[in-house]
Ligand binder design. Structure first.
Ligand code: AMP
Length: 302
């Protein structure tokens, strides 16, 4: 089933205890689409500026993604993000964010994308997320991600978005910030009251849980020894999850559990390098192999 995504495509500069990376390919849409592409082709609708380097485009082309909806906009600048990780790598500070083209209108949705059934609104301006969502009235599933900046500056449009989507994925600190409830499970319950049928709360190296109208799922993260750069872990988790859902079409709790497990595994590869490098090196077989290891680790005997 066709999957479409909008979100940020950006240029990141990252400082981490493992080293620094300047001007690398980043963005929520980029990490999401690369992760989803192991399961199904991901259609992208997003804009970059005329400063977007050709070699970043070439990296994106290595994945099973459709770039017909990617506009290189003359006279605009690409979104940029600069972040610094703390010693424990779970915490990070945003040092600088230049929205640039992200504050402008979305490019038009290509005609042959109009039959997209699975709509993912990766982290970007909620107005752009709403605009995209409204163009797919016949969708089967819509899920959005968000982040602290938008919760702080665009709460109204974010609440409007929540009233229209099926699912929300966000991290634990964002769930607390959005609801002002310091218990993340209660925070997820409160988010359900605003509209979505389910919420996935991501907890970094502590895994993720799902609170759904029909039940709950809890999964640890894949135990990782080699964490080089956690940037995009959340987006690649969502990409693996949504890619799997679009491929299987199974929206039951069991289907969501399997999709979350795949998301966990793709994210565990994403963090093994800066930017998308590790994802360019692996194939679906590597993901299935690690999923099997994860399955054996998480099975609880009778
Ligand atoms: P994650 O580590 O999953 O939170 O995603 C990090 C990615 O999101 C980076 O590659 C950034 O380019 C991008 N990003 C950071 N801040 C924002 C923002 N406010 N809106 C959209 N994308 C962002």
């Amino acid at each position: 089933m066709p999957l479409i995504v909008t979100g940020s495509i950006g240029i990141d500069s990252i400082q981490a205890p493992t080293g620094d990376a300047d001007d690398v390919l980043g963005g929520s849409c980029t990490h999401f689409a690369a992760a989803a592409s192991f399961f199904t082709k991901a259609r992208i609708v997003a804009a970059v500026g005329d400063d977007f380097p050709e070699h970043h485009l070439a990296t994106m082309e290595q994945f099973n993604v459709d770039l017909a909806g990617l506009e290189k906009r003359a006279g605009s600048k690409t979104f940029r993000w600069r972040g610094k990780y703390h010693e424990n790598m779970n915490d990070r500070d945003t040092l600088e964010v230049d929205l640039n083209v992200l504050a402008e209108a979305l490019p038009p949705v290509p005609e042959d994308y109009k039959n997209s059934q699975y709509v993912f609104l990766a982290n970007t301006h909620p107005a752009a997320q709403l605009d995209m969502l409204n163009q797919f009235p016949g969708r089967r599933l819509s899920i959005a991600d968000t982040m602290d900046l938008w919760i702080e500056t665009e709460r109204e449009s974010l609440l409007e978005l929540l009233s229209k989507i099926d699912g929300l994925v966000l991290n634990d600190s964002e769930a607390i910030m959005l609801t002002e409830d310091s218990n993340t499970v209660r925070a997820a319950d409160r988010i359900l009251e605003t509209g979505p049928k389910f919420v996935v709360v991501k907890k970094g190296e502590h895994g993720a849980f799902l609170v759904h109208q029909d039940g709950h799922v809890v999964l640890p993260a894949f135990p990782a020894r080699n964490v080089v750069d956690p940037t995009g872990a959340g987006d690649s988790f969502a990409g693996g999850m949504m890619g799997c859902l679009a491929a299987t079409g199974d929206l039951s709790i069991d289907g969501l559990r399997q999709a979350m497990a795949y998301g966990t595994i793709v994210a565990s590869f994403n963090i093994e390098s800066f930017s998308l490098t590790r994802l360019t090196e692996i194939e679906r077989g590597h993901i299935d192999e690690r999923l099997e290891q994860f399955r054996q680790m998480t099975v609880i005997g009778a």
